[in-house]
Write a protein that binds this ligand. Sequence first.
Ligand SMILES: Cc1cc2nc3c(=O)[nH]c(=O)nc-3n(C[C@H](O)[C@H](O)[C@H](O)COP(=O)(O)OP(=O)(O)OC[C@H]3O[C@@H](n4cnc5c(N)ncnc54)[C@H](O)[C@@H]3O)c2cc1C
Ligand code: FES
Length: 288
Amino acid sequence: MTAAAAARLSDLGRAADEGGEVVGVEHLGGGLVELSVRLPHLAAAARPGEFAQLRCGPPPLPLLRRPFSVAWVDGEVCAFVFEPVGEGTRRLAALRAGDPLQSLGPLGTGFTLPARGRVVCVAGGLGCAPFPLAARRARQAGAAEVVVLNGAASAERLYPAERLSRGDPGIRVVEATDDGSRGHRGHVTDLVTGELGGAAVLWACGPNPMLVALAAVLGGAGVALPPVVEASLEAPMGCGFGTCLGCALPVRDGAGGRFALCCREGPVMPVDAVDWEALAALPPAHVA
Ligand SMILES: Cc1cc2nc3c(=O)[nH]c(=O)nc-3n(C[C@H](O)[C@H](O)[C@H](O)COP(=O)(O)OP(=O)(O)OC[C@H]3O[C@@H](n4cnc5c(N)ncnc54)[C@H](O)[C@@H]3O)c2cc1C
Ligand code: FES
């Protein structure tokens, strides 16, 4: 892969601070939660891969909003998929229909939509979150087929295939589980090389270690990579719009390197723009 700088910047002019109303909170198996919220601005403006900063509780805590991918949009309603892992997500999971929820978005850069051809999506764990919307928009843009390679630790932790395809026979879901309880036994990255032939686009989203592994697979795939290969990265985020400088990630820039703000130049970046070796060496995220 060649070195390249991540150059796109998010368009902050499209973001709005918006008061929404919770429509539903569904507790899926394996701890996954799908939260749907009436947010007319976000629903109209969000593009696949973009995120919203959700205020998870009344001030003062949690102090910072938390970033979540827009999972799907239906009319004025947006959905988010997550797992309660800390204070913010526990509060979101405890919401009830009719509760208020404040959203700032859409934020970040989205995936590049194809005009035709096949799209391969690689999802690890909660990295499935952007793909219901992304797959649907790719099909609307002209993609002949979207294949979602969806991996999780076990069957109960897989986001349901029918929620990824949403009734579109042109969206195919292939599953992998670490323990072999459904689909391929092993990592979702094992499935990537077999799906690359003729693909126009590859999108990936998952924990950074999975993306590091994917970059290594792509580097040694031995087959032509699609013209567009993009990954949605994670970093601890404070503001979500470029002022706190808390979300810096190492990227390549010509022969050298620099740090890019994940919230402005990402979260979606070309895979060859990221310095995967430096990313793998970063300490685990810590968020206040
Ligand atoms: C652009 C973007 C989009 C995201 N979309 C989703 C999504 O759709 N669904 C989803 O479940 N999660 C998503 N995340 C991660 C999500 O924002 C965090 O899990 C959430 O902020 C945790 O908040 P908390 O208060 O529950 O946990 P905290 O108490 O803040 O943290 C709990 C644990 O999670 C770790 N953590 C928190 N934030 C991050 C992060 N950004 N990256 C890596 N580790 C983190 C902490 O270090 C800690 O170990 C996204 C992150 C980013 C940057
Ligand atoms: S989250 Fe504040 S600069 Fe990126």
